[in-house]
Write a new protein. Structure first.
Length: 129
């Protein structure tokens, strides 16, 4: 099966489900949580394609909550999301950011808290005591 066939089948099923379950009303604002992963980007692309042919007018907004857990800067998604013509809102979650920073693993040369002699080696914790 060709990529275009798969895309068409997925989008057709997506459109049928949107209509069957009356998921949109005229003037709705749909916020799509975007983490940068395949699933959230796929959903955003599908919603953009659906919006172009939907019988009701609605607004799409991509939303990302920066929690300090992303492996790469989330801003690398800006051009892709803006290229879809979707407004992108990025907010920081200060509480989670503080927690993530506090729970960062200690450097490999430092003992782990509460464990005498425990150190990080090769990406994992090992006890040497």
């Amino acid at each position: 099966m060709q990529r275009d066939d798969v895309e068409r089948r997925v989008l057709d099923a997506f459109g049928r489900a949107m209509g069957q379950f009356s998921m949109l009303r005229p003037g709705d604002r749909v916020a799509v949580g975007v983490s940068g992963g395949k699933d959230s980007l796929c959903l955003l692309h599908a919603l953009v394609r659906h919006q172009r042919r939907a019988p009701v007018s609605h607004e799409l907004i991509a939303v990302t909550i920066e929690q300090g857990k992303f492996k790469a800067p989330i801003t690398t998604l800006a051009s892709q999301i803006e290229g879809l013509g979707v407004r992108w809102v990025v907010r920081e979650d200060p509480g989670t950011l503080r927690l993530v920073r506090r729970l960062q693993p200690p450097p490999a040369t430092q003992p782990l808290p509460g464990r005498r002699g425990a150190r990080l080696h090769d990406g994992g914790a090992r006890s040497h005591g």
